[in-house]
Design a protein around this ligand. Structure first.
Ligand SMILES: Cc1cc2nc3c(=O)[nH]c(=O)nc-3n(C[C@H](O)[C@H](O)[C@H](O)COP(=O)(O)O)c2cc1C
Length: 324
């Protein structure tokens, strides 16, 4: 459906990188649910920190389906180049550069979308990373630094000149943070300008919205972030609609229960029980947001300390509705 270097991505639905959310268990699930490409949570370009538990879990891609895209964040061209090289050695097949999210400073230098203000530095980072590795490098940006300095089009030109293989654009500026609504006109202009695949991102939360954004922008694909939290089947609903115009029904409770308990098991296996139980709390909160008993259940669930208690609680809540 679209290409990133040697990889054909067989769906126009991409899962957005989300720190603290798109860990290996969630990425694997979303891939199974219809995402053509999933992108890891960002890892700092400061490899001295890679021995920390957080970074080493973020760097673990064992058993993941191809292509494995690893996002790096940082503001120093040489460090970013080293980080790209080291990730490629560890099995990354695509390096994604984060200039799209308000990442914390790395080594006292601006990182993430804060870089967009300094176009010279952007160009240096892109050149350094692209020439450091022989795998495709992709870039994620916002539409610019601020509404007054919406320089996303110039950044897109720099990306194309540097040999970036695909560009994801979130339809907000850095200054917008998450306020207001994403706009897609700048994304459409970027698509017009460059010949690399552009992936449109921001506030896409339904199959119909995905179709509208693709039609409006001419982008190669859509990227879904927050709307997939607790709703991974949205990816297959969007995929089916974009492919065939088919509106898939919401999953039956029995299927939600099976997806959710499978997801929980993956979290316990990946993080170990202590950490897995804690990480499960936020995912379960998202899955059950619309459930009539969500508030009371959440309070009870968040006090549970073992994997088996969590799985039983979810089975009791949703299993009752399956039996009813
Ligand atoms: C919890 C959270 C974590 C995020 N972490 C990252 C990240 O690590 N790297 C990145 O490029 N963007 C990150 N983002 C931004 C998303 O990738 C995406 O651009 C943004 O959420 C807009 O898309 P959406 O409206 O579909 O959520 C994050 C967003 C959220 C909500």
């Amino acid at each position: 459906m679209f290409r990133i270097g040697p990889y054909t991505i067989d769906s126009q639905v991409v899962l957005a990188p989300m720190a603290g959310v798109t860990d290996r268990p969630f990425r694997t699930l979303c891939k199974r649910m219809g995402a053509g490409l999933v992108v890891s949570e960002m890892v700092t370009s400061d490899s001295r920190l890679w021995n920390s538990r957080k970074s080493s879990l973020r760097l673990d891609h064992s058993g993941e389906t191809e292509p494995r895209s690893v996002q790096i964040a940082g503001g120093d061209p040489e460090m970013m180049a080293d980080a790209a090289r080291m990730n490629a050695e560890r099995g990354a097949q695509i390096i994604d550069i984060n200039m799209g999210c308000p990442a914390k400073k790395v080594c006292n230098k601006a990182a993430g979308s804060a870089l967009l203000r300094d176009e010279q530095l952007v160009a240096e980072i892109l050149d350094a990373v692209v020439s450091a590795v022989d795998i495709p490098v992709t870039l994620k940006i916002r539409t610019g630094w601020s509404p007054e300095q919406r320089n996303g089009e110039r950044i897109a030109d720099l990306a194309e000149q540097a040999g970036i293989a695909a560009l994801a654009v979130h339809g907000r500026t850095r200054a917008d943070r998450y306020q207001g609504y994403a706009e897609y006109d700048t994304i459409a202009r970027i698509v017009n300008r460059v010949s690399i695949p552009v992936i449109a991102n921001g506030d896409i939360d339904s199959p119909v919205k995905a179709r509208q954004v693709l039609d409006h922008t001419g982008a190669a694909a859509v990227m879904i972030g927050r709307a997939a939290q607790g709703r991974p089947w949205l990816l297959r609903q969007i995929d089916a609609y974009l492919r065939h115009g088919e509106q898939l029904a919401e999953p039956e409770t029995a299927e939600v229960l099976s997806i959710l308990t499978g997801h929980l098991q993956e979290l316990y296996d990946f993080y170990g029980e202590f950490m897995g139980v804690r990480i499960a709390r936020k995912h379960v909160g998202w899955y059950l947001q619309q459930h009539p008993e969500a508030a009371g259940f959440r309070k009870h669930f968040n006090q549970l300390e073992t994997a088996s208690d969590q799985v039983s609680a979810v089975n009791v809540l949703l299993g009752d509705s399956v039996a009813a």
